[in-house]
Design a protein around this ligand. Structure first.
Ligand code: CP
Length: 320
């Protein structure tokens, strides 16, 4: 059986491994289109633990395992013991005895790392306060599908505009791991912490990519192949809305005027959910350059590829 691997952070994988995973995702997507989805996880069980609500992550994992021949258990917020009445370690040990793979969305990153430390089956990080690795694998797959003519992955210029969210952290890290040129445009107060920059800079030294952070949003989009944004505040930041709105609006809102300052082939991306009219206008969300729903659909293909990649090599064959 292949050694146990969790999917907590793209930094735990090499560039070659990430490219191998993305190639598998695209193969499974192509098989889907031909109506020939392989039932590679027949009778496998996926436990999905959520401390926060979700649309895309929940549906893509649940439909994904079902299309691969397995089934999912949705363990909604507050439904299982997770650090209350039972240690995270014990919960992870117990669930691992009953299922083949576990996806967990947690408020704190440490909950996922502690859970993985106790698990004996692959654990997939479905978003924490620090990162969102499945989202950004999906995003790079989507970029591959919308690659500008004559470019390859290492030539891509990706610009993220707005708050240094968990998606920003993962996107900055995977892009620099893969050798891309990554720019973050945000007011000083909402730029990434030094620890995130240290990882990105080390990635660039190894991959030949580049990373820069600027307050100049017009300069940031000048050569962008992809412009990406995310929410300016999350549910636990609602008391900061006036301050955050004042810091970002109008300079950092993605508008048609801003999009027109990028090359004509530039595509617009958003992990969703979006606040239409806040970090991005309706016009941009719905324009031909917007690939937001391709991104959302690719969550399904990504989760399928990821689960096969982690679980299939560990399955016992009938002859074993
Ligand atoms: N992008 C994303 O993770 O969406 P959900 O919160 O709906 O899962």
């Amino acid at each position: 059986m292949k050694p146990l691997r969790h999917f907590i952070d793209t930094q735990d994988f090499t560039k070659a491994e990430l490219l191998d995973l993305m190639s598998l995702i695209l193969q499974i997507k192509e098989a889907d289109k031909q109506g020939a989805t392989p039932k590679l996880l027949q009778d496998c069980s996926l436990a999905m633990i959520f401390e926060e609500p979700s649309t895309r992550t929940r549906i893509s994992f649940e439909v994904g395992i079902s299309e691969l021949g397995g089934h999912a258990l949705y363990l909604k917020p507050g439904e299982i013991h997770l650090g209350a009445r039972e240690s995270i370690y014990d919960t992870a040990q117990v669930i691992s005895r009953m299922v083949d793979v576990i996806m967990i969305r947690a408020l704190k990153h440490e909950t996922v790392t502690s859970f993985a430390a106790g698990a004996t089956v692959p654990v997939i990080n479905g978003l924490t306060n620090y990162n969102h690795p499945t989202q950004v694998v999906c995003d790079v797959v989507t970029m591959m599908e919308h690659m500008p003519a004559g470019k390859k992955l290492e030539d891509l210029n990706v610009t993220f505009i707005g708050d240094a969210t968990n998606v920003l952290s993962s996107l900055m890290h995977i892009c620099t791991q893969l050798g891309m040129n990554f720019t973050h445009a945000a007011p000083k107060k909402y730029q990434p912490p030094q620890a995130w920059m240290d990882i990105a800079n080390a990635n660039c030294a190894a991959s030949g990519g580049s990373v820069r952070v600027t307050e100049d949003v017009v300069e940031a989009v000048r050569n962008a192949d992809f412009i990406y944004t995310d929410l300016w505040w999350w549910v636990d930041q609602e008391d900061q809305i006036p301050e955050r709105r004042a810091a970002f609006m109008p300079t950092y809102q993605v508008t048609m005027d801003l999009l027109k300052k990028a090359p004509a082939h530039c595509k617009f991306m958003h992990c969703l959910p979006a606040s239409r009219g806040v970090e991005v206008t309706d016009e941009v969300m719905d324009c031909p350059q917007s690939i937001i729903y391709d991104q959302s659909e690719n969550r399904l293909h990504t989760e399928k590829g990821l689960m096969v990649w982690l679980v299939y090599p560990r399955l016992k064959k009938p002859s074993e």
